[in-house]
Design a protein around this ligand. Structure first.
Ligand code: AMP
Ligand code: MG
Length: 482
């Protein structure tokens, strides 16, 4: 790995240097070839294992934990930071630089009461979801590998420690800006330095002045809105949308008790620490805006409030437009010509999701049915899935009217298969792979990972992975403790 150290060199005072606590008897549990290629790595080998397990210094790496704060479940936590993640620097790849971080490599000054460790199940889940979202064409941080060990760690029960090697275009979060705005260690100068750093690293086309700052915040609003549109379209619940888990670049970030929907449910909650459903699936669009408002508040010392408010006011538009593009594609309907058509399409989409919810249908499998639908036929192959047949018939008639005659049904169906995935990371599938890892068998994890790199392809020998969860795997609710 070849590193540059821009964050480390240019932002002293924005992190603490740390020494990783290595993992005894480390072993590779998972490896992503695609992610490895991003930083020019080919094969996992023993030297790399020692380095990424934190047992041996990697040449050129700096080891540091970033400081930030954030709004957690609505309340402000003034002092957070990388409590169990250590960044090595920005590794050079063929198409740019990626932060490399060891998540679970021991305590840092920000660990508070935690042990700085990650348990194997959470490391595996983060690995799988990062790679799965990427192959679903959703912006996300990536995962290079999971390294397991026999080091015992205590959560509700005894588990073993592991490290996820995370790759991120940036680890800068909304919470970084909140920290340097609100804390005693912060100042307008530091906030400005952080903004300038973010712009020069990631938005080189923007100038480091008011005009550039305003354009940048508008981009953050748009990119966050687009990310959340993706989550809503694919049926992904993040679970802990605290502002310290929001990437400034609009990537899916910092995974804990996330879930892909099985049965479609707006109110679906995947985090057992969230009984009120603050981060329920259907709440995510609103939370995205709330989080952007917290970010805007933190930027007030540097960017004029009127400009921040004007940018926030575009959120709804970006979200709806991005959502419409994705959902029209899933339904196979063409772009409209008017604002009235947008409104009508939202009604049509909402009508379908309400029917799915009322009929307790599986989100992924129901959408996948559009790949076999003959939309020119009055008799829909979808109909049999619904209990409310009258409701479905009314919706289907409206849908066919909107669609018009499809001239080439086979290519229309093939196009639907490119946007309605067959395979998603259902919680029970992750759970099965984790149980096998606990028993010393990493094969099911490798197989699941491989499957999820081609989520839109029919994989005839892998039909079982597209099934709804068995009884034990229904409504699995994950804890934050990881
Ligand atoms: P999260 O909900 O995973 O985003 O974590 C919130 C905060 O708690 C972050 O600042 C983490 O670094 C910290 N944290 C979570 N788990 C641990 C742990 N096992 N040890 C130290 N810090 C942790
Ligand atoms: Mg976090």
């Amino acid at each position: 790995m070849k590193f540059k150290q821009d964050y480390f060199d240019q932002l002293s005072g924005f992190y603490s240097q740390v020494t990783p606590q290595g993992l005894p008897r480390p072993q590779w549990l998972a490896w992503s070839e695609d992610a490895a290629a991003l930083i020019g790595l080919k094969q996992p080998d023993d030297e790399l294992l020692k380095g990424l397990a934190g047992n041996q210094a990697i040449p050129g790496a700096s080891y540091y934990a970033q400081v930030y704060s954030g709004h957690q479940f609505g309340g402000y936590s003034p002092q957070l930071g990388d409590g169990r993640s250590i960044i090595l620097g920005e590794a050079k790849g063929p198409q740019g630089y990626w932060d490399v971080a060891l998540k679970g490599a021991g305590m840092t000054p920000y660990s508070r009461h935690g042990d700085g460790r990650a348990v194997m199940r959470s490391a595996v889940r983060e690995f799988l979801v990062s790679e799965a979202l990427h192959h679903l064409n959703i912006p996300t941080t990536r995962a290079l590998a999971v390294i397991g060990s026999d080091l015992p760690v205590w959560r509700e029960t005894q588990e073993t420690a592991a490290i996820t090697v995370r790759l991120a275009r940036s680890h800068i979060r909304f919470g970084h800006f909140e920290f340097f705005c609100h804390s005693e260690q912060g100042s307008k100068d530091k906030l400005k330095r952080l903004i300038d750093f973010t712009l020069s690293q990631h938005y080189p086309e923007l100038s480091l002045d008011q005009a550039g700052y305003i354009a940048w915040f508008n981009r953050v609003v748009a990119d966050t809105a687009k990310l959340i549109a993706h989550w809503q379209a694919v049926g992904f619940a993040h679970g802990v949308m605290n502002t310290d888990n929001m990437s400034i670049l609009g990537d899916s970030f910092d995974f804990g008790p996330f879930a892909f929907l099985d049965t479609f449910e707006e109110g679906f909650i995947c985090n057992h620490s969230d009984p009120d459903g603050r981060y329920a699936f259907g709440q995510q669009p609103g939370v995205g805006l709330w989080n952007l408002q917290r970010l805007a508040q933190a930027l007030v010392p540097v960017i004029a409030s009127d400009d921040l408010i004007a940018a926030l006011n575009t959120y709804q538009h970006h979200l709806v437009q991005a959502y419409l593009v994705l959902m029209r594609d899933k339904l196979g309907i063409k772009e409209p010509a008017s604002a009235e058509q947008d409104e009508a399409d939202l009604q049509l989409i909402g009508g379908f999701t309400q029917l799915m919810e009322a009929n307790r249908l599986d989100h992924t499998n129901t959408w996948r049915r559009f790949t076999q639908l003959d939309p020119n036929s009055q008799h829909s192959s979808l109909r049999d899935d619904f209990i409310d047949l009258a409701g479905f018939d009314t919706w289907y008639q409206a849908y066919r009217e909107r669609l018009g005659l499809v001239s080439d049904v086979a290519s229309w169906q093939a196009a639907r298969a490119q946007v309605n995935p067959k395979y998603v990371l259902r919680n029970y599938l992750a759970q099965e792979a984790i149980i096998a890892c606990e028993e010393g068998n990493t094969q099911p994890l490798a197989e699941l990972h491989r499957l999820l790199t081609r989520p839109f392809d029919e994989q005839p020998d892998k039909e079982a992975y597209a099934k709804r969860p068995p009884e034990w795997g229904q409504g699995l609710i994950m804890s934050c403790s990881s």
